[in-house]
Design a protein around this ligand. Structure first.
Ligand SMILES: *[C@@H]1O[C@H](CO)[C@@H](O)[C@H](O)[C@H]1NC(C)=O
Ligand SMILES: *[C@@H]1O[C@H](CO)[C@@H](O)[C@H](O)[C@H]1NC(C)=O
Ligand SMILES: *[C@@H]1O[C@H](CO)[C@@H](O)[C@H](O)[C@H]1NC(C)=O
Ligand SMILES: *[C@@H]1O[C@H](CO)[C@@H](O)[C@H](O)[C@H]1NC(C)=O
Ligand SMILES: *[C@@H]1O[C@H](CO)[C@@H](O)[C@H](O)[C@H]1NC(C)=O
Ligand SMILES: *[C@@H]1O[C@H](CO)[C@@H](O)[C@H](O)[C@H]1NC(C)=O
Ligand SMILES: *[C@@H]1O[C@H](CO)[C@@H](O)[C@H](O)[C@H]1NC(C)=O
Length: 650
């Protein structure tokens, strides 16, 4: 049957060099542009085959047809008992050809909802689209999700496009210039070849099929990336040299801003395009749709790109070529050839440009350009709300050296403009709502960000950039190495670093002396728990020692505590007294982003201001005590982004 299909499809080759063909079979449809053939199940709309470069199927042929290339989501609602929600692999019930000509084929696979499906499938109308054009070596996919009036409330934890690739062929994974490697095989993770570590996702490969992986840790969370960096990623087959890539030219449809982290790829071989998830953020990022709330969102398009080396050569060239193709797709954004009216074309979108400067009078009398600022348009909300926003669209760009920024191709709608600036704490929000309409062009002259600041810096620890990467990140335990991250800037992605704290500080907790200590060496990147002999954990108290020569006993000092992550943690602050009750300040229990276990260097960002009355300080030596109280597991704790003590206003 499969070889018959192969013959049939091969026979189309010559003919189809003229354009795109659509071949209707009994339970499948095939899109063929003479370069590749993509087979979809009809009417379910799962990608069951990708034939290219003489490879009959780049997807895993031993998997069921519904488990090869698919859109899915994880949802919950009233009466759903499963705590983690239900996985819905979005099996469509209706197939429609939207467009078919020599230039282009666009297919639609839809499923709607009625009350007979209550509790079985997610109450959403879903339209999965697949587009093939003559010329490009690949295909586009996007999906339109809609919740209608009268439909029950739902919570969505995860939305993805997933490809389970052919495990005999695709062994080399590439997700960034410096994050590429041969990957272990899926069988290496079986219980007779591996040993589960602190959680099931992380295993030690004890008897892998290829000995080169022996002794390595494998964990999919070591391959997550920030949204802004997930523009092209994929897998390579060496023989014949072939690449399969997911290109995401815009992340307007991804949740939660440019630094939200998503998983990209993992042993399988699996290539994911996660468009919404709670990873590295927690419950704050569950997408909640109310009972009867009308909601619609377009996810994608994603371009699935195939490439090959016709004359041999270094297979790394496939990664370089995929990056070139990514730039082409970025420049071609938005693709005006998509048929859905829910995806606005370029002339239906608007532009915004402007300039942002920072004014911090304790740094500079004058305003200075907000060099490298992340500037975003997101739905109107509170300052910083974009980091947990997931129902609508967001547009992000970076300001240049002089603080100038521009956005093109914004979808019509109302937005707030938000920004955060590396080197400065806090969040900027422009107070006016910006209304984008087709063809609109807004220019925002000097926007001035005044970061939180009451007085001069007495001392500071770290760099305010929402990450703990500048602090001391230890070497991993030699038993738990991922070779990719040896001598690598992302050393924080190694497994098990949380255990290194108690090894480095076996008896006394960390003490940092201002003026003597160096945060790059003397400030552990995470304030984690300490394991006791009997497998229980303890909170820790870190100390910052500093001297004040000219004390203003009547003034108010300010401690700025910027956190890069928190996981079921509570930070208490004491000044010259470690355990006063109540403490001078407590965050309360915060965070559930699980960043420590998932080898991240940041999750959600928090900024706290603690007023310190001068009467609590001493002339001469002082100590600030930072106690993380919560201690049930090794994964509880916080990461600091930056800490500053300010003197009273001058
Ligand atoms: C399938 O889609 C077509 C075109 O949108 C529509 O006319 C038809 O009613 C749909 N059928 C079902 C069963 O939803
Ligand atoms: C491991 O287990 C799988 C199935 O559970 C089996 O097929 C395989 O042969 C086993 N491998 C080894 C090395 O024992
Ligand atoms: C928006 O910017 C793009 C790119 O610079 C430009 O081609 C387009 O004409 C602009 N649109 C408007 C309405 O100014
Ligand atoms: C911290 O202080 C700044 C102003 O100095 C203020 O904008 C911000 O809301 C404060 N944050 C908290 C959490 O109190
Ligand atoms: C574990 O040991 C600590 C001291 O190291 C002790 O305080 C605690 O009670 C012990 N917990 C259990 C459950 O035995
Ligand atoms: C602080 O206030 C007290 C009472 O008002 C006053 O006596 C003292 O001189 C003040 N100290 C300074 C350094 O201003
Ligand atoms: C203050 O701290 C410094 C450095 O830790 C120490 O050498 C000095 O003895 C301390 N002074 C007093 C008065 O405790």
């Amino acid at each position: 049957m499969i070889s018959l299909l192969y013959l049939l499809v091969s026979a189309q080759w010559l003919v189809s060099s003229l354009g795109v063909q659509l071949i209707n079979q009994d339970k499948h449809v095939v899109m063929d542009n003479g370069i590749l053939q993509v087979t979809l199940s009809n009417p379910q709309g799962h990608v069951t085959g990708i034939q290219y470069n003489g490879i009959e199927n780049l997807l895993e042929v031993n998997n069921r047809e519904s488990n090869r290339g698919y859109w899915d989501l994880v949802w919950s609602g009233d009466g759903i008992k499963r705590k983690k929600g239900l996985l819905d692999r979005i099996e469509a019930t209706n197939f429609t050809v939207i467009e078919q000509n020599e230039e282009q084929v666009e297919l639609s696979f839809t499923r709607t909802w009625d009350s007979s499906l209550e509790g079985k499938v997610v109450p959403l109308k879903i339209d999965k689209r697949f587009v093939m054009r003559s010329g490009p070596s690949g295909f586009y996919t996007y999906a339109i999700f809609e919740h209608l009036q009268g439909w029950p409330a739902i919570s969505i934890g995860n939305i993805r496009m997933a490809f389970k690739l052919n495990k005999d062929k695709l062994h080399y994974m590439a997700i960034a210039d410096n994050r590429k490697r041969f990957m272990p095989l899926p069988d290496d993770r079986l219980s007779n070849r591996s040993q589960v570590l602190a959680f099931p996702e992380a295993v030690l490969l004890v008897n892998p099929i290829e000995p080169q992986f022996r002794g390595e840790v494998d964990d999919k969370y070591q391959y997550s990336s920030e949204s802004k960096d997930i523009r092209v990623h994929g897998w390579i087959c060496r023989n014949p040299a072939t690449g399969l890539w997911q290109i995401t030219p815009s992340n307007e449809f991804r949740s939660a801003g440019p630094v939200k982290q998503y998983i990209t790829s993992h042993v399988g071989p699996t290539s994911l395009n996660v468009l919404h998830s709670t990873h590295y953020a927690g419950a704050d990022l569950i997408l909640n749709i109310e009972d009867g709330e009308p909601w619609k969102k377009v996810f994608g398009p994603i371009f699935v790109y195939l490439n090959s080396l016709s004359h041999g050569g270094d297979f790394q060239k496939l990664w370089e070529d995929a990056n070139k193709q990514m730039m082409t797709e970025v420049q071609g954004w938005p693709p005006n050839f998509l048929a859905s009216k829910d995806f606005p074309k370029s002339d239906q979108r608007g532009n915004v440009s402007g300039r942002i400067v920072v004014h911090d009078r304790y740094v500079n009398d004058k305003s200075i350009p907000a060099k490298g600022a992340y500037v975003g348009l997101a739905p109107p909300g509170d300052v910083g709300s974009w980091q947990i926003e997931c129902k609508s669209y967001q547009f992000w760009t970076s300001a240049n050296e002089d603080g100038y920024f521009s956005f093109n191709n914004i979808r019509p709608g109302n937005y707030n403009l938000y920004a955060f600036v590396p080197g400065f704490i806090g969040d900027y929000k422009y107070d006016n709502v910006i209304a984008i309409s087709p063809g609109s062009q807004a220019n925002l002259d000097d926007l001035v960000y005044e970061p939180p600041r009451d007085g001069p810096t007495i001392w500071e620890i770290g760099i305010p950039d929402r990450s703990a990467a500048e602090f001391f990140v230890p070497d991993p335990n030699p038993k738990y190495i991922n070779k990719l991250y040896v001598n690598h800037p992302d050393r924080f992605r190694q497994y098990g670093l949380w255990e290194r704290y108690a090894e480095l500080y076996p008896d006394e907790d960390l003490v940092y002396s201002v003026g003597v200590s160096d945060y790059r060496k003397d400030w552990f990147f995470a304030q984690v728990t300490r394991k006791k002999d009997n497998n229980t954990y303890r909170g820790t108290t870190w100390q910052i020692k500093f001297k004040i020569d000219n004390l203003d006993e009547n003034g108010t000092y300010k401690l700025r505590l910027a956190l890069a992550t928190a996981n079921v943690a509570q930070l208490r602050v004491g000044v010259n007294e470690p355990s006063k009750n109540p403490p001078l300040f407590s965050t309360g229990i915060i965070g559930k982003d699980n960043t420590i276990a998932r080898h991240g260097i940041h999750g959600l960002y928090y900024l706290y201001n603690v007023s310190v009355p001068g009467s609590l300080l001493l002339k001469g030596n002082n100590t600030i005590f930072l106690t993380q109280t919560e201690s049930i597991s090794p994964f509880q704790g916080i990461m600091y982004d930056y800490i500053r003590l300010e003197g009273p206003p001058t």
